[in-house]
Design a protein around this ligand. Structure first.
Ligand code: NAD
Length: 344
């Protein structure tokens, strides 16, 4: 009997509770040994505790060091910072892992198997911004500061290189803009090239470098030339959505936020307020995030069973939600998936 694994569960906002219910049904069918501590955040946190990231939620993650979360809305007005950014900072979740794998064959881009590794704590994304007033225009100038550190670059590059070796990736492409942002992203490029000279890495995989704009074009022209991309925060944010588009859109894109001693798993997409409560959300992104969580907890057999069951439900049973061209409601997809898990 596997010992139980304490984990924090944040259903989140919008479609969050619907896709979390689907994911819990699948994990139950797999008899995954998570012992959930249910907490709120985002709009739910504001409504229940007056804070998008209540102290009880933070305490829970401090205890479990492991969370599965639905999408969180940042309430507009009230000066709230994004709960997602606060969670990454609080638990120093420096690596954002976003795999994109073709699940439904025969689309415009077939047989995609790409990993995007995004730095999660630094760069232009840190949100250190301000306006400068000129005469009577308080917003005459907008300014943002980006910060990359040698240590932050080392952390993420080491994570990417180690993961490439551990998962048998043949090529790592370092994405930068060092031709223009010679300091901010030049530091990232320099650190990566230096680190690759370490005998621990040299020759274990091929290291390539590319400017971010060229990378965007090449991803659309020929995505198969890439294997793993590693990049700074903002470029990673943009490229991982592009890569999600190659495999059927945001409904299929899972994400893992990894730190030295905590990890939070989520779908890449947001709370989809336009379809919330309609029962038509695609739960696959969060299900695939749960598969990453099972891998992280050293339960790869359960992760594989979950991925196979998703594949069978989509491609043999042809049960698909509307965003994938099907007619199934979330609960119908979940029912078919649970049958496949139990039969597997
Ligand atoms: P979104 O990802 O919520 O929605 C974009 C489009 O994709 C919508 O048309 C939506 O219906 C569709 N979509 C998204 N997920 C889907 C799914 N699982 N099944 C079917 N269709 C799906 O992006 P948005 O509208 O820009 O953001 C809405 C809110 O979510 C905002 O408050 C934003 O800040 C928040 N957000 C949170 C996270 C997170 O918690 N990680 C990420 C992104 C956005």
């Amino acid at each position: 009997m596997t010992t139980s694994i304490p984990a924090t569960l944040i259903p989140g906002d919008g479609i969050g509770p619907e896709i979390v219910d689907a994911t819990l049904a699948a994990l139950d069918a797999l008899q995954a040994p998570f012992e959930w501590d249910r907490q709120v955040a985002g709009l739910g946190g504001v409504q229940l505790a007056g804070d998008p990231l209540p102290a009880a939620t933070l305490d829970s993650i401090r205890r479990t060091r492991l969370a599965l979360k639905g999408p969180l809305e940042t309430p507009s007005g009230g000066g709230y910072r994004s709960s997602n950014v606060r969670l990454r900072e609080e638990f120093q979740l420096y690596a954002n892992l976003r795999p994109a794998r073709t699940v439904i064959p025969g689309g415009r881009f077939d047989k995609i198997d790409l990993m995007v590794v995004r730095e999660n704590l630094e760069g232009l994304y840190i949100g250190h911004e301000h306006f400068v007033r000129i005469d009577d225009d308080p917003h005459a100038v907008g300014m943002a500061t980006g910060i990359n550190t040698r240590q932050g670059c080392r952390h993420i590059l080491k994570y990417a290189f180690d993961t490439a070796i551990a998962t048998g990736r043949k090529k790592v492409t370092l994405v930068h803009k060092a031709n223009i942002m010679k300091v901010l992203t030049g530091l990232f490029l320099e650190t990566g090239l230096q680190m690759y000279e370490d005998p621990k890495y040299k020759g274990k995989f091929e290291l390539d470098t590319i400017i971010v704009d060229a990378c965007a074009m090449k991803l659309v022209l020929n995505p198969w030339q890439f294997d793993m991309l590693v990049t700074t925060n903002l470029f990673g944010d943009i490229l991982s959505d592009l890569v999600a588009g190659l495999v059927g859109g945001l409904g299929m894109a899972p994400g893992a936020n990894i730190g030295a001693d905590a990890a939070i798993f989520e779908a890449v997409h947001g709370s989809a307020p336009d379809i919330a409560g309609k029962g038509i959300a695609n739960p696959i992104a969060l299900l695939l995030a749960a598969a990453l969580m099972l891998d992280h907890c050293k339960l790869p057999e359960l992760a594989t069973r979950l991925r196979i069951a998703i594949d069978q439900t989509l491609n043999i049973d042809k049960v698909r939600t509307g965003d994938l061209g099907g007619t199934a409601r979330t609960v119908e997809f979940t029912k078919a998936l649970v049958s496949r898990i139990k039969a597997g």
